[in-house]
Write a protein that binds this ligand. Structure first.
Ligand code: ANZ
Ligand code: ZN
Length: 867
């Protein structure tokens, strides 16, 4: 082991690896059992997808988690800090197609290299709990959870439209559809209805919404995003009587049920519209080829929220009319319209163009009346007109019969009451949240443990036949799902009746894999999905840390899954993550040549304030703004290179020091150099102190003067760092550590007291720096004459009595008039205070050599001088 040469440099590569093996040998990060007397603390970073390489975002995320883990351990907690791999998913299949490597092999190789990278960062992880979601030892339990959910009705089979790539013969995720075409084939994507598996998340909508309030240690913005995603809407379902419906053999009364949240605008209604797949539309299309064509044309459109708001609103007048519920004389034409969705509300609306932008665009296109009924304060109801923009603000209801003069809210109440009285309408609650479709027509995912039997229908695989293992021998040469094309895997005997049947070839959405891994980490070897004692002890996760990009889906799914696991007896809580922290991104400047090509940071050189392309030093490059590091912008800094050059501690330090953890951090050469300088300075400080320290564990001598002051400062800084780390304000903790280094460097006192205080200061400094720069801390601890590991030591104990402010400010009066003030040590002698008071410039001037007739000291408050 070579900690340092005489020049103050540390042999980074050797000493970091050395300490990593020392920690491992000492089992330093192994959590205690549920019987441990210490309070538990579960800290978790969102586990990575094994893409093959860590990026700086990972480094930032895991460094923060590691600081929390090391800090909590030192503070006396029993800490669980595990790591694993979210290992199923598309990129592995793409690699199989493009590079002819089996997804399992590709994934395994990637995991191995990323694990090496993580270990080099010195993360204090419980590697013996590692979980890999593509291992059958994990997904077998997921299959049994699926069956438990199925038994409880939490899983069901339904039909939903999917994006179908006719060339690849596969279903595409929304993100894989670019401008209506398959991302790889370029083929025009079709919509197809497929039977799929769903998790009934909407049933938990209310609970998922109301519990958000209790998540006090979650960022406000994440709670708001989840709230919007769940999208609770309180409205009214109304029945409209239809006429002019072509006879179709049915005898039911023809009514249309619509859903609205703006029933106050009912007197501004000018049409009704139904979704292209509404049963009435389907029925009417049977005898109407024009309508049939229109419906088909709607099928090819994307139904995302954004595209629906910007796409052209189109409709087809069915000829059917609906009578206005409060004005039978008014007949509203019924359209089939492309902006009405079947799976929201009732799939039918009444349109009020004056107060809804989509309805307005529709009305303009089909020349429907635009009648404003909500009139803004101060406008004349008879002249107020709507142009290209609907009025969605508040105002007073006009042209509205019995609602005349009411506020919109009063109007809604009145309409709701009247409709409920007549039975023509009822109050309804809808959620924007959709049930979670978990079927993926993919190979590289957890097989869904279901058999399709012609006799019995859908048959769950019996428990004793679990796991359903993915076959290894698959071919990616043909388009489509390799499980569909596999000659034998698919064919099984029905476990109920014994006839030949087929397996479900869909696999589970990888979001399922990541919806319960945090529970599995509590007892990763358990032969049931969770171990009751372990989950009851470790859950909830005390601090979860990850990117804001997971603010909605992953977190919502995990919250739902936890509820479903509770219902099926696998856990006893609803909310899996007590504290959530979302860190900012790692950004870097971008460099572009004149022809628009992005150049990597390593390929530019700076000269005379300009930046050039290093391959061709005459070519100047344009420096663009700092943006999230990404391949497409070529502004990535490779963690391996940074760690090799500066060491893990420096990378970690920079990640923590430069900006608040929730904000983006801008990677700069100057920044990382600054971190490296600080590390050297720290080390020199420890080395240089050598002879000026008392021996370790010496008793504290009596302290006074500068030494006592220094000790006070040290304790105050340690208290501040403790507080900042409690609140995850890493950059502020770093700032305090800088301050302490400066204080220690500037402390030049000699003598027994100073030697003792200096040692205490350095030892505290080492311990409070250890969470961020754990390797440096160990080396420094050795240099201070110890042979223990900092990783196993408790946090410094702050002497609270040193934190109370010791100085007191007193006013100085001369002849009853306040003239000045002095700051003295609390409890200072009367003589000392008198001297200080008389020595003030102002006081001296006023006294001006006159005789002091009286001088009264009111301790800690005031000095009265009479001349
Ligand atoms: C009449 C009306 C008048 C509406 C007005 C809005 C403004 P939230 O709040 O998000 O729940 N709507 C209802 N079902 C729909 C569907 N399946 N497809 C498309 N739009 C639908 O939105 C409720 C409003 O969205 C409803 O209130 C309805 O239009 C529309 F000045 O009814 B409203
Ligand atoms: Zn059967």
């Amino acid at each position: 082991m070579t900690d340092a040469d005489t020049s103050g440099h540390i042999d980074i590569s050797n000493s970091e690896a050395h300490w990593q093996s020392a920690w491992e040998a000492a089992d330093a990060f192994k959590p205690g059992t549920p019987n441990d007397p210490r309070p538990k603390y579960y800290v978790l970073e969102m586990f990575p997808y094994p893409s093959g390489r860590l990026h700086m975002g990972h480094v930032r995320n895991y460094t923060m988690g590691d600081v929390v883990a090391r800090f909590r351990r030192a503070r006396g907690f029993n800490v669980l800090h595990p790591m694993g791999w979210d290992a199923f998913g598309l990129p592995a299949e793409n690699a199989a197609i493009n590079k002819s490597v089996h997804p399992a092999q590709w994934t395994k190789t990637n995991i191995e290299s990323m694990r090496v990278q993580m270990k080099a960062l010195g993360l204090s992880l419980n590697w013996d709990r590692e979980i890999t979601t593509c291992n059958v030892s994990y997904y077998r339990h997921q299959q049994s959870l699926f069956l438990d959910f199925l038994d409880r009705g939490l899983v069901y089979r339904g039909v939903r439209d999917v994006n179908w790539d006719p060339v690849e013969r596969t279903v595409l995720a929304n993100e894989q559809v670019i401008d209506g075409r398959g991302w790889r084939s370029g083929a025009v994507v079709e919509r197809r209805s497929l039977a799929q598996w769903f998790l009934a998340i909407t049933k938990a909508g209310e609970s998922l919404l109301t519990s958000l309030d209790g998540l006090k240690r979650w960022p406000e913005k994440v709670r708001v995003m989840q709230e919007n995603w769940i999208g609770r809407s309180e409205g009214l379902t109304m029945r409209f009587v239809l006429s002019n419906v072509p006879p179709d053999g049915g005898s039911e009364e023809d009514v249309l049920e619509i859903y609205t949240t703006r029933h106050d605008t009912i007197f501004g209604a000018s049409f009704c519209a139904i979704a292209p797949d509404h049963p009435l539309a389907v029925r009417l299309a049977q005898g109407n080829s024009g309508l049939r064509d229109f419906i088909t044309s709607c099928k090819s459109q994307d139904t995302s929220e954004v595209s629906r708001s910007i796409m052209e609103k189109k409709g087809f007048d069915t000829g059917v009319v609906a009578s206005h519920p409060f004005n039978e004389a008014q007949a509203l034409p019924v359209y089939v319209a492309n902006f009405v969705l079947m799976d929201y509300g009732t799939g039918a609306i009444f349109g009020c163009p004056a107060h809804d932008q989509r309805d307005l665009e529709f009305a303009h296109k089909y020349n429907l009346p635009v009648l404003p009924v909500v009139i803004p304060e101060g406008e004349n109801p008879d002249s107020f007109a709507i142009g290209d923009e609907a009025f969605t603000g508040v105002g007073v209801l006009r042209h509205s019969a019995f609602l005349e003069g009411m506020t919109p809210e009063e109007g809604r109440e009145e309409i709701a009451c009247r409709m409920e009285d007549t039975g023509c309408g009822w109050r309804t609650i809808h959620y924007r949240l959709r049930d979670w479709g978990v079927s993926r027509q993919r190979y590289w995912g957890c097989p869904i443990p279901i058999i399709h039997c012609e006799v019995c229908g859908i048959v769950p695989v019996s428990r004793e036949d679990l796991p359903v293992q993915l076959p290894d021998d698959v071919s990616f040469d043909e388009p489509g799902n390799p499980l569909e094309n596999h000659p034998t895997w698919k064919n099984v005997l029905c476990s109920r009746c014994g006839v030949e049947a087929t397996r479900e070839t869909d696999t589970l959405d990888t979001f399922v894999d990541s919806s319960w891994y945090f529970a599995r980490f509590c007892a990763p070897q358990s032969d049931t999905p969770t171990d009751t004692e372990a989950v009851n002890y470790w859950l909830p996760v005390d601090q979860y840390i990850g990117g804001i990009e997971h603010a909605i889906l992953h977190l919502l799914y995990s919250r739902y899954f936890t509820r479903a696991m509770k219902e099926t007896g696998h856990v006893t809580l609803d909310e899996p993550f007590e504290g959530l922290f979302t860190q900012g991104m790692v950004c870097h400047e971008t460099y572009q040549t004149a022809d628009g090509r992005f150049v990597e940071p390593d390929d530019v050189v700076r000269r005379e304030g300009k930046v050039f392309f290093s391959d061709d030093p005459k070519t100047e490059v344009t420096v663009g703004p700092s943006e999230k590091m990404s391949k497409s912008r070529s502004n990535i800094v490779n963690p391996d290179v940074v760690v090799a050059r500066y060491g893990a501690d420096v990378a970690r330090w920079f990640m923590l020091s430069d900006s608040p953890p929730e904000r983006d951090v801008y990677w700069t050469e100057a920044g990382i150099e600054g971190a490296a300088r600080f590390r050297r300075r720290f080390w020199r400080l420890v080395e240089a102190a050598g002879d000026d320290l008392c021996p370790p564990e010496s008793p504290m001598p009596a302290l006074e003067g500068e030494a006592a002051e220094m000790r006070r400062a040290v304790h105050r800084i340690v208290a501040a760092v403790t507080d900042e780390l409690e609140r995850l304000r890493f950059n502020r903790a770093v700032a305090h550590i800088y301050e302490l280094v400066n204080d220690v460097a500037g402390f030049q006192e000699q003598g027994a007291g100073a030697a003792w205080v200096r040692r205490e200061a350095l030892e505290f400094l080492v311990k409070i720096t250890a969470p961020a720069m754990p390797h440096l801390a160990e080396s420094a601890w050795r240099a201070l004459g110890h042979d223990t590991l900092v990783a196993l030591l408790p946090w410094p104990i702050v002497d609270d009595s040193l934190l109370v402010d010791n100085m007191v400010t007193m006013a100085v009066q001369v002849n009853g008039k306040r003239r000045s003030e002095i700051t003295v040590v609390r409890g200072a002698s009367q003589d000392h205070i008198a001297q200080e008071a008389l020595a003030c410039d102002k006081v001296e001037k006023i006294v001006d050599g006159r005789e002091i007739r009286n001088l009264i000291v009111v301790p800690d408050r005031i000095v009265n001088i009479v001349v």
